[in-house]
Design a binder for this molecule. Structure first.
Ligand code: DGT
Ligand code: MG
Length: 391
């Protein structure tokens, strides 16, 4: 892969979207140790504390030099936004090789259970805590609570038509949480396996070939962690639009549902966890509100000779041509990069940015970038290569 050209991005910049954050950073093991503290806060619902640790990790990820105990003070002084409390933790790590609190967290039953529950599709921190507080601590406990018999093929066969029918009929339904968790539990052995890059591309190519048979001329970008260069992904995220700048929006309308139904009837989509149209922030002014659709599905590539395919998570996002590049930017991540992109736009530039568009606040002017570079230009940001957005 091509070497990313060094840029004028500074690690001292305040917003994550102004910094270069590689997949593996100079202080990777320190970042990972602190991330344990962040994970614990997140699982416990301590949002402010989790965010503080997340910002610390983000700042470390962009710092290009190895932080050494001997010049800790001068190193830390160069990094913005690391508070005193966290500094003490960093110092502890540099002098002892670990953070005691992180070790204690990893050893605790509560953290282990909440972490494990949270790996299940459909179980977020809140549900994980509720289940643990009901006395459950293993996935087997959840199986009996949700009435799952390991790898229950019936669940797969029987829930599908109901899910897809209700979802297709009522486009704005939020999905059925109980059923999502049941499917997540039943398929956990498949869904917990990471997806190599080659299979991500195979899934993308398969989907786009099927889509071409429904609508000629669609364009797509694989986004998410894959685009940031991750070797293995937890799911596949694809943003789709149409090449025609004029009239493309009409061709995209309703296409998400048609594609999902088509893939479901044909077999590769085995479950539809969520299917919705969503209203972009400029909906009232453009009437484009139904030109953005999203489907969260479970997908299995058709079996090739002698191979066994497993279930994967596949997210499809349809955007009108005008919002394609903001959607690509908004879905590439990382989450921290996206959060700071929105904050930067709002507080430093007076724009509203999200994956459905860019609006200038003072006169409500809408922008329709024709490339991702243009998204950055409009927002007054230096270009950050996707592989440097691993904040
Ligand atoms: P992974 O775990 O290997 O799939 O890693 P990522 O970074 O691909 O994580 P993922 O798939 O959860 O999300 C990809 C990016 O898309 C993430 O950085 C933020 C964005 N994203 C996720 N869900 C939503 C959503 O509902 N709306 C919008 N606008 N963006 C989302
Ligand atoms: Mg992803």
């Amino acid at each position: 892969e091509a070497e990313v050209a060094p840029s004028s991005l500074s690690y001292k910049a305040r917003y994550a979207c102004q910094r270069a954050s590689p997949l593996v950073c100079a202080n990777q093991s320190l970042a990972e140790e602190i991330d344990i503290l962040r994970r614990a806060r997140e699982l416990e619902g301590e949002a402010m504390s989790a965010l503080a640790y997340e910002r610390t990790v983000a700042v470390i990820k962009a710092y290009p030099h190895v932080i050494s105990p001997s010049k800790l003070e001068s190193d830390l002084a160069k990094i913005s936004g690391v508070g005193k409390k966290v500094q003490v933790k960093i110092e502890e790590y540099l002098t002892t090789g670990q953070i005691l609190e992180a070790r204690e967290i990893l050893a605790s039953q509560r953290f282990r259970s909440l972490s494990e529950f949270n790996t299940i599709y459909g179980i977020g921190p809140v549900t994980a805590r509720q289940l643990y507080d009901k006395g459950m601590s293993t996935l087997e406990h959840l199986d009996s609570y949700y009435d799952i018999r390991a790898h229950n093929p019936v669940l797969e066969e029987q829930t599908n038509p109901n899910i897809i029918e209700s979802q297709v009929k009522r486009l704005s339904t939020k999905g059925i949480p109980e059923v999502t968790i049941q499917v997540g539990l039943a398929l956990r052995h498949d869904l917990s396996q990471k997806i190599p890059r080659e299979e991500v591309r195979d899934m993308h190519d398969f989907v786009m070939k099927e889509l071409e048979s429904l609508q000629h001329g669609c364009v797509s970008t694989i986004v998410g962690g894959y685009r940031r260069g991750k070797e293995e992904s937890n799911d596949v995220d694809i943003v789709i639009s149409h090449k025609d700048w004029r009239g493309g929006g009409e061709k995209i309308k309703g296409l998400c549902t048609r594609l999902v139904k088509h893939l479901y009837d044909k077999g590769p989509v085995t479950h539809v966890m969520h299917l919705s149209s969503f209203r972009p922030h400029n909906a009232l002014r453009t009437g484009h509100w139904d030109s953005l659709e999203k489907a969260l599905t479970i997908f299995r590539l058709p079996q090739a000779e002698g191979t066994s395919r497993i279930h994967r998570r596949l997210d499809l996002i349809f955007a009108s041509p005008e919002t394609y590049w903001t959607a690509v930017t908004g879905w590439t991540g990382s989450k921290m990069f996206e959060r700071d992109l929105r904050l930067w736009a709002k507080y430093e530039k007076g724009y509203k940015f999200d994956s459905t568009g860019i609006t200038r606040r003072h006169d409500s002017k809408l922008f329709y970038p024709k490339s991702e570079q243009e998204v950055f230009e409009i927002l007054g940001l230096e270009w950050v290569d996707p592989t440097l957005r691993n904040t």
